[in-house]
Design a protein around this ligand. Structure first.
Ligand code: ADP
Ligand code: GLC
Length: 509
């Protein structure tokens, strides 16, 4: 089974969030299952310096006025995963972010940049761009709105064509652009209708992925159900309901080798399930690094997140005066919404005795904070899956989460019953309010004062298995169902959660 995995980011070549973590870990896990997966992504400057043995394999013919592109093949660092970078200086070699300029404004040609990603994916899939070894995928797996046009381009251009799977990692990011982009992206005007890619008189890349892929997935079972409703569907719930028979939620896993407190080179001391004493050393080191008093018994509460409305950063700000009046320490590392960032900056000044804030993005501090903290704040108004709570569990840091999406699927609230039956792994609350958040924290802080119970909860958290093994098998089974190609998963076969039905290809426009 050959799979082309198309994404806008993959750690460590380029990362703004969890999509990057998944885009590395899932292909690697699938390759371990024996699938021949290859990655396709834009050639950002930061990607070239990290990829191993880069070499040009193809010149990409001019498309949509882009005539400077070549395809660079390499090996994804520390893996055996082949990666193809689209080297187009005019589209991707820029200073600034992946999606935004240095001032935080979306690049004005994002529609073109990511249409080009989709175009190159389609051309590889149809054999029009040769990878040099007659490699043509059986399945194309497109991720998020950035790759949303890939299933559409393939439907328009190919018969026969590989099967397509589209994964939405977040329905709130839709890639909607003014209608005048439609002809400029080589999309027939017949597709610009409600039953096609039109969404409130704009072209929506997300909708293209949802409508034209043979199968659609999202990243947790609970979020899959939620986004069929107006509350979570971001206006696309109707589109998704039409795809119900081809739609499934598969829970994300984590890369257990990158996020392993037993070997994590970013930590000052490692630790593991049978001896977590190193966690105390990590805590002391971080307290020092952040300029906080080194107090081993004071609960350290961490927050590693985009600072956005989704992540309830506004509600955390509202709760901070109460929180910082408790006998706790609070450390946050994050970036995002500028007004909320300013709020966190202000909190650092106001509560300097027990709060430290880093506004910015720092992978290594994220690891050190996960290792050092006792409690991770990971609330969200909606959360497709969420990875930080999974990293926290593995590092013996108990997450406080809201009961939504993947958070609800991965954290078991500590109640008298779940503590007794040893299933508790964190603290879960229901409403996106400061009141509910603080009452979950009150419960957490009170259990923290019972060291034996707390230790047991930590060990239960660390014992959870959120590796990719089970979920990668589900993707492999899905690819197999979509393409009609058998994959030999041997004893690893898990029940397929999607009805194993005939492929229901969408009529094009
Ligand atoms: P999302 O993708 O919605 O932001 P996830 O929990 O799925 O949320 O993934 C977030 C990823 O980004 C995790 O790997 C987390 O450690 C990382 N991350 C978020 N903010 C920061 C930051 N400021 N510095 C370093 N890593 C961060
Ligand atoms: C998105 C979601 C997050 C998910 C990640 C990886 O960024 O917001 O919940 O974990 O994608 O799938």
């Amino acid at each position: 089974m050959r799979v082309l995995f198309a994404t806008a980011e993959a750690y460590p070549l380029a990362k703004t969030g969890g999509l990057a973590d998944v885009s590395r870990a899932l292909p690697v896990a699938l390759r371990k299952l024996g699938l021949d997966v290859r990655l396709l992504m834009p050639g950002y400057p930061r990607a070239y310096v990290r990829v191993e043995n880069p070499r040009i394999v193809a010149k990409i013919a001019s498309f949509l006025g882009v005539d400077d592109a070549t395809l660079v093949e390499g090996i994804f660092p520390e893996t055996d995963l082949p990666v193809y970078l689209i080297d187009s200086p005019s589209l991707f070699r820029r200073s600034g972010g992946l999606y935004q300029d240095e001032a935080g404004k979306d690049w004005p040609d994002n529609a073109l940049r990511f249409a080009f990603l989709a175009h190159v994916g389609a051309e590889i899939a149809l054999g029009h761009i040769s990878l040099g070894d007659d490699w043509i995928p059986d399945v194309v797996h497109a991720n998020d709105w950035h790759a949303g046009l890939l299933p559409l381009y393939l439907s328009l251009r190919g018969d026969p064509r590989p099967s397509t799977v589209f994964t939405t990692h977040n329905m709130a990011f839709q890639g909607n652009f003014p209608a005048d982009w439609v002809p400029k992206l080589g999309i027939p005007s017949a597709c610009f209708q409600a039953a096609g890619v039109e969404f409130y008189n704009q072209i929506s890349f997300l909708k293209a992925g949802l409508r034209y892929a043979d199968r659609v997935t999202t990243v947790s079972p609970t979020y899959a159900n939620e986004i069929l409703t107006p509350e979570f569907g971001c206006g696309m719930e109707g589109v998704l309901r039409q795809r119900r028979d081809d739609f499934v939620g598969i829970l994300n896993g984590i890369d257990n080798s990158l996020w392993d407190p037993a070997v994590d080179a970013m930590l000052p001391r490692t630790f593991h399930l049978s001896d977590i004493s190193g966690k105390r050393a990590c805590k002391a080191a971080l307290q020092q690094e952040m300029g906080l008093a080194v107090m081993p018994d004071t609960p350290l509460i961490g927050f590693v997140s985009r600072i956005t409305h989704q992540k309830m950063a506004d509600v955390i700000l509202e709760a901070l005066p109460w929180l910082c009046a408790q006998d706790v320490q609070f450390v946050a590392v994050g970036e995002g919404d500028q007004a909320m960032e300013a709020g966190f900056d202000q909190a650092r000044e106001l509560y300097s005795a027990n709060a430290a804030v880093i506004v910015g993005y720092d992978e290594s501090i994220a690891h050190r904070l996960q290792a050092a903290a006792d409690i991770l704040l990971a609330p969200a108004r909606f959360e497709p899956c969420g990875l930080t709570q999974l990293y926290a569990l593995r590092y013996g840091t108990l997450p406080v989460v809201r009961r939504t999406g993947g958070l609800a699927d991965t954290v078991v609230d500590a109640t008298a019953t779940s503590i007794a039956d040893r299933s508790a792994t964190g603290f879960v609350f229901d409403h996106a309010t400061a009141e509910d958040l603080t009452s979950a924290l009150v419960r957490a802080l009170s259990l923290y004062r019972e060291p034996l119970v707390w230790r047991r909860l930590q060990l239960q958290a660390m014992a959870q298995d959120f590796s990719w093994d089970a979920s990668a098998t589900q993707y492999a089974a899905l690819y197999s169902a979509a393409s009609g190609m058998p994959v030999d998963l041997g004893a690893k076969t898990q029940p397929v959660t999607v009805a194993d039905q005939e492929s229901t290809r969408q009529a094009v426009c």
